[in-house]
Design a protein around this ligand. Structure first.
Ligand code: ADP
Length: 257
């Protein structure tokens, strides 16, 4: 499914002087991974929230396969994309298994409950993300990083064509970062479209993704990670200390004094 953002601008309040996103034009091709990069406050989360339909553009449009997002009903949106926010307000006393089963309801009629097939989907995704051992714990009894993996699992259980993930690895240790990123890679190979924000340019290299560089609410560059994650391209955004180390199969971006 193609996503097209045209002339999108956004202000949190109509009367606000400051426009958080300015004249954004972006086309996302099916089956691609797209990493939004940029400094804190540049507008990554805002763009992902707009793509999820949680907020309306002040100007411009977002189209999913030629259909304006605003004309797509919430129930249908849940079949098209899954959205994982940076922070989720979850009820602490719900078991992880039950919470994950809610991810299957987008394919059920409103009067249906998740059955055997849906619960098997929950078990399969939990196994894939190494969280089977959490299924019987309550959400309030797991760590912040474990909760982040549960939220990602829930988005995979929704089995939508598109995944919108706001900093999906921010609370994860290195091993789990690798697990989640490698699963996202596999999922893209299966044909899904992924849009995620990240603070780590190396993640874009690892994912061999398309990169959207945002600065002060404007897309300042876009293209394959291999072409964009370069010191000369990142210095204007991240500052003079950006450097590169060549110990890996790819050029790792880091900082030095
Ligand atoms: P990023 O995800 O890149 O860190 P955000 O999209 O969260 O950036 O924020 C972009 C800008 O919008 C920032 O200047 C931030 O202060 C502002 N902002 C974010 N959320 C709100 C809000 N609810 N109300 C007003 N301004 C907001």
């Amino acid at each position: 499914m193609n996503i097209k953002i045209s002339n999108l601008s956004f202000k949190y309040e109509k009367k606000a002087k400051e426009t958080v996103l300015n004249s954004i034009n972006l086309e996302i091709k099916p089956g691609t991974i797209n990493v939004l990069l940029g400094l804190n406050g540049c507008g990554k989360t805002t763009l992902i929230k707009l793509l999820s339909g949680l907020m309306k553009p002040t100007e411009g449009t977002i189209e999913y396969d030629g259909r304006n997002l605003q004309t797509i009903k919430i129930r249908e949106r849940a079949k098209i994309f899954a959205y994982v926010p940076q922070q989720a307000n979850v009820t602490n006393d719900i078991p992880v298994r039950q919470y994950l089963s809610y991810g299957t309801t987008n394919t059920l009629a409103f009067y249906e409950h998740p059955g055997k097939e849906e619960m098997e989907r929950v078990e399969d995704v939990a196994e894939r993300l190494h969280i089977s051992c959490l299924l019987d714990k309550n959400l309030g009894e797991i760590s912040g990083g474990e909760l982040q993996i549960v939220l990602i699992a829930c988005s995979l259980i929704q089995n939508t064509e598109i995944l919108l993930l706001d900093e999906p690895t921010s609370a994860l240790d290195m091993k789990n970062q690798n697990l989640v990123l490698s699963i996202l890679k596999d999922v893209a190979k299966e044909g899904k479209t992924i849009i995620l924000s990240s603070h780590n340019p190396n993640h874009a290299l690892y994912l061999d993704s398309n990169v959207v560089l945002i600065h002060d609410g404007v897309i300042c560059d876009e293209g394959p990670a291999k072409e964009l994650i370069k010191v000369e391209k990142l210095k204007p955004i991240y500052g003079e200390h950006v450097c590169v180390s060549r110990d890996l199969g790819y050029d790792e971006i880091s900082f030095k004094d």
